[in-house]
Design a protein around this ligand. Sequence first.
Ligand code: PGA
Length: 255
Amino acid sequence: MRTPILAGNWKMNKTPTEAVTFVQGLLPALAPYTQLEIVVIPPYTALAGLQTALQGSHVQLGAQDIHDQENGAFTSSIAANMLVGLAEYVIVGHSETRQYLSVTDEKVNAKATLALKYGLKPIIAMGETLEQKQAGQTETVCKNQIIAAFKDIPAEALANIVIAYEPIWAIGTGLNADPALAQSVVAAIRGTVRDLYGDALASTVRIQYGGSVKPENMLEYMGQPDIDGALVGGASLKEADFVALVKLAVQAKGL
Ligand code: PGA
């Protein structure tokens, strides 16, 4: 069975102090739910403080991005090796970085490769725009993004990779994808992984849905057979919603 994974992407929200206060409130409620992986993905500046605050809990830490180069003259950027010991996971290819920071499919591949080199687990985010959806291109776009992101990534790395299907039109808009439609796209993404790596690995790789996930729709997403978790933005900033999402994931998967 694939272990579900719920990740809260805080984006550019919460100071280091706010982040620590937030998880201190969260941890007692999350402590019983060890059946799934729970990841908090704060801004970089909160990582060190949260590492201390999370000691002894099963809640893991992730970072929101890394640069596609090992080091160098890239003012403002963070390299993979700078997160070693601070974060377990790192998002690569989030649509906001594709849109605002010119991250291309090739760069997503370079970032995922560097993450793996330094023992970080990439959450490879991908998904179609509204125009691509309306043109009926969703599955083709996702297929091409997966093929590009996994270029030269060896089969043995798959256990350390999570895919996040996030239709861009659903992120932060409240326009969450129909759960059955999300299931069919995620199944197609798994099909592309199958074409690349074979059935055994494709059936073990974890794929999240992301885009306006909230307690009101979580059960429906997690009830889909190919959806193994959620990458959550807005709702992960609220303590009660975060706890509810964890409980609903456990309930939906019968854990
Ligand atoms: P949202 O963001 O839940 O606020 O739509 C999801 C994401 O960007 O990962």
